[in-house]
Design a protein around this ligand. Structure first.
Ligand SMILES: *Cc1c(COP(=O)(O)O)cnc(C)c1O
Length: 227
């Protein structure tokens, strides 16, 4: 087994263990492999080992790799910052966007989604830590934004995404993830049908899984440290 295959199966085992340790069904947590900065060859290797969902941050980088991997049935997730003038290639090449944080971007993605593709799956990114440098909307804006997204037929609103501060303690990770979970429950009580919580990276996966993550976005633990 290669180093990469070994790390991938370790991460799969961890997900399973963390889920069971907090009484969750391990199959309710999907592993999204974050392949930003990684060459197509490594993605292909992880794919051959059974990993089918990959996430990219840097659009230009992703747009070079996606055609190279066209023979693999990869589900691509966009997790980077969205720029208004770059929404078209996102709408054309990805199945999921985890980082929606404005109606303007939503409308562009909706209008640019090719009609022969299924609706683009969307998670709205929340900024629950108040950090200026971080994308995402404050929680007061969530209800109004979700209302407006109802009118966009080429987007499928699936859930919420967030990240704690990089240096957050484990307690603080739990607080932030639990808050995202509460917001999802609140929105569903208001009539939405959200089924996805995108939370948890290599350093905070355990807390995220225990607080209800349905998708963990894992880069370093699978591919090793980035340069
Ligand atoms: C890079 C990145 C990840 C993965 O982080 P790791 O610590 O490498 O697991 C997850 N989500 C987003 C939004 C990222 O930018």
């Amino acid at each position: 087994m290669s180093k990469l295959q070994e790390r991938l199966s370790q991460v799969q085992a961890q997900i399973r263990r963390f889920a069971l340790s907090c009484d969750r069904d391990p199959t309710s947590v999907r592993l999204i492999a974050v392949s930003k900065t990684r060459p197509a060859r490594e993605i292909r290797e992880a794919w051959a080992a059974g990993q089918k969902a990959f996430a990219e941050n840097y659009l230009q980088d992703a747009l070079e790799k996606i055609p190279e991997l066209i023979d693999c049935d990869i589900e691509w997730h966009f997790i980077g910052r969205i720029q208004s003038n770059k929404t078209r290639p996102i709408a054309e090449n990805f199945s999921w966007v985890h980082t929606l944080s404005s109606f303007k971007h939503a409308r562009r993605l909706n209008d640019q989604r090719p009609p022969n593709l299924p609706p683009l799956n969307i998670c709205v990114q929340l900024n629950l830590t108040g950090e200026q440098s971080k994308s995402g909307i404050p929680e007061e804006e969530l209800g109004p934004l979700l209302e407006k997204l109802q009118d966009l037929p080429h987007l499928q609103l699936r859930g919420l995404m967030t990240m704690p501060q990089a240096a957050a303690s484990v307690n603080r990770q739990h607080q932030v993830f639990a808050r995202l979970r509460q917001l999802l429950d609140e929105m569903n009580r208001q009539g939405h049908a959200l089924d996805s919580l995108s939370m948890g990276m290599s350093g905070d996966m355990q807390a995220a899984i225990c607080e209800g993550a349905t998708m963990v976005r894992i880069g370093t633990a699978i591919f090793g440290p980035r340069k």
